[in-house]
Design a protein around this ligand. Structure first.
Ligand SMILES: NC(=O)c1ccc[n+]([C@@H]2O[C@H](COP(=O)([O-])OP(=O)(O)OC[C@H]3O[C@@H](n4cnc5c(N)ncnc54)[C@H](OP(=O)(O)O)[C@@H]3O)[C@@H](O)[C@H]2O)c1
Length: 260
């Protein structure tokens, strides 16, 4: 029987690569993104390469109740794989950053992720199978001065995912938090004040490699997945130093990455 996967933020970057992996495995795809043109290109590419059914939904995933709207639009079709991937970064001191954008980020990373997960989970548990991949970040492991809301929201995604992964043991449903370090996608353009000055090139992974690592970890039912040995070390580092020291180090890294 053909399985169905729903991927958010599928028009580019990690979401695009994850959609391609699912297509390669023969999933019927429901792809959601705010980028209409980008999503149309992905749909055409998948149709061309894989001859699969692809439903595209153009949605602002930071809008209130968008998760319910998506599930209603697909008429409660059972979802076998849910990938909560859409997200964006925002750089700047909290006292100066724009609340409207931060509010959108909190809605997208926290409320929509949580609500979509809730809406697909009951049916997954009833059927005794399902995979959920929540794209968090290496940012989840410590506070992030100058990207405070981003780090905090990714921390929520990791904590939430690990907690429900534990609750779901024995149900046949697994939840995986993917925690990538810096990855070559459009995301990096957004978090740099000026992309020409963005120096985050060291330890930068390809979107294809990170997506494949996350995809395989999801299929194996891992609770969390950190691609790359150096990133695994960085995830543990905050436990080896004081909380203040961990926060100080992140601040220095953020400042250094953007110095002219
Ligand atoms: N790249 C990294 O270094 C990195 C590291 C750790 C974690 N991550 C996480 O990985 C995930 C994917 O990011 P990416 O690196 O692949 O970035 P990306 O290439 O910018 O892809 C994100 C996609 O999500 C879409 N999107 C953003 N806000 C949306 C909204 N409100 N409603 C619907 N769609 C929306 C974007 O559309 P538009 O382009 O039109 O906005 C874009 O197509 C994010 O959750 C990010 O936090 C990335």
């Amino acid at each position: 029987m053909i399985k169905t996967a729903l991927v958010t933020g599928a028009a580019s970057g990690l979401g695009y690569e994850l959609a391609m992996l699912l297509a390669n495995d023969g999933y019927k795809l429901i792809l959601v993104d705010i980028d209409e043109l980008g999503l149309a290109k992905v749909k055409a590419e998948i149709a061309d390469k894989f001859n699969l059914e692809v439903i595209t939904l153009i949605r602002d995933l930071s809008a209130p109740n968008v998760a319910q709207d998506i599930i209603d639009t697909i008429s409660n079709e059972p979802i076998d794989v849910l990938i909560n991937n859409a997200g964006f970064g925002l750089f700047g001191s909290f006292v100066e950053t724009e609340w409207e954008r931060e509010s959108e980020m909190l809605h997208l990373h926290i409320l929509t992720t949580t609500h979509l997960t809730k809406l697909v989970l009951e049916s997954m548990v009833q059927r005794g199978s399902g995979r959920i991949l929540n794209v968090s970040s290496l940012a989840a492991f410590q506070p992030g001065p100058l990207m405070a809301i981003y780090y905090a929201s990714k921390g929520y995604m990791l904590s939430f995912s690990e907690a429900i992964a534990n609750e779901l043991k024995g149900t046949g449903v697994t939840v995986t938090a993917l925690c990538p370090g810096p990855t070559k996608t459009d995301f990096q353009k957004t978090v740099a004040e000026d992309s020409s000055n963005n120096k985050i090139t060291f330890n930068m992974a390809s979107a294809k490699a990170v997506a494949l690592y996350g995809y395989n970890s999801m299929l194996k039912g891992k609770a969390y997945a950190i691609p790359g040995k150096f990133n695994k070390f960085l995830a543990v580092l905050p436990r080896l130093v004081t909380r203040n020291a961990a926060t100080f180090i992140v601040r220095k890294i953020q400042e250094k990455n953007r110095e002219k």
